[in-house]
Design a protein around this ligand. Structure first.
Ligand code: NCD
Length: 307
């Protein structure tokens, strides 16, 4: 039995095969429509979500399976004081696979220790978000056709932005990746990411506060929202939330084929006027996320379509 708690729980060749499956699903939807018949996915969301939960649910429904679950801690027995481990142990008697999101870093690891079915981490606090990274990787594959030799800028809340941490981790396994971390001092990328991932893999990187000066160098600009819910101090959030706003005049300095990515939800950090720019890829990430989750569910359940 496999769990996916961290993006590196999947090897590079497994990621290649998930991408190949996702591309096949895109071209042959009907081939996959019954593959998860009589299988159940449980979505245990102890923290709010629109995209990730509905994407998992849509993925399972498109595979012919069914879905049970809850969308907030307040509607589960955790509001009565039940531990995550007990909730997961119980649900693993009802479902074949579990996708869980929790505000505490490491909660999915605790869950995996007691679960009788595969656990997929759908985001744990400010730590990891491996299935968003699968969506990001399929988007990079479709837009750029490669994972090597890319200059990737990450902009915004690099401290609490778990999608950033997981994507940096995924990219650390490819060659020729230059990282550009763009953030205010208060929201810099955590030191453990620099030590354990960036330096360990000899990845060249720079840190800057200035988005405009690095814009012409980037192949990908990965924007993020300032994660207000993880701040201890409302005044800091208010001061930092609009630190970066990508507008058409800033984008004018970018390469004509740069990809603007964002895991969504967007607040103010990308002007809506960018949405019609061909470089805007954030809604493509949403679509790609569903296909990669379909591929991942099949892989973890050991299911392949009949040819
Ligand atoms: C992200 C998350 O939950 O970390 N959203 C998502 O899953 N697409 C990003 C965010 O909430 O800012």
């Amino acid at each position: 039995m496999r769990h996916v708690l961290n993006i590196t729980d999947l090897s590079v060749s497994e990621i290649d095969s998930l991408i190949a499956t996702a591309m096949d699903i895109i071209g042959n939807r009907e081939k996959y429509q019954d593959i998860c018949r009589r299988k159940k996915l449980a979505t245990l969301f102890f923290e709010p979500s629109t995209r990730t939960r509905l994407s998992f649910e849509a993925a399972m429904l498109e595979l012919g399976g069914s879905v049970i679950g809850f969308s907030s801690a307040s509607s589960s027995s955790s509001s009565k004081g039940e531990s995550v481990s007990d909730t997961v142990k119980v649900v693993s008697y009802y479902a074949d696979i579990i996708a869980m999101r929790h505000p505490k870093e490491g909660a999915p690891v605790a869950a995996s220790a007691v679960s009788g079915v595969p656990i997929i981490n759908a985001g744990d606090g400010g730590h990891n978000h491996p299935t968003q990274t699968l969506a990001d990787l399929l988007t990079i594959h479709r837009e750029k056709g490669r994972f090597n030799d890319l200059t990737v800028g990450f902009c915004g809340d690099l401290k609490f932005g778990r999608t950033v941490h997981s994507l940096v981790s995924a990219l650390s396994r490819y060659c020729g990746i230059n990282l550009v971390f763009i953030s205010p001092d208060e929201l810099k990328i955590p030191q453990y990411i620099i030590t354990d991932i960036v330096n360990k893999n000899h990845m060249p990187y720079i840190e800057t506060r200035d988005m405009e000066s690095v814009m012409p160098t980037l192949d990908i600009l990965y924007m993020t929202r300032v994660q207000g819910e993880r701040f201890f101090n409302e005044a800091d959030y208010v001061r930092l939330k609009d630190y970066y706003i990508l507008t058409p005049d800033k984008l004018a300095a970018a390469k004509p084929d740069m990809c603007v990515m964002h895991p969504l939800p967007r607040v103010n950090e990308i002007s809506r006027t960018i949405d019609s720019d061909p470089r805007a890829c954030y809604f493509k990430q949403v679509e790609n996320g569903k296909y990669m989750r379909m591929a991942l569910i099949m892989m973890l359940l050991g299911l392949t379509p009949e040819i």
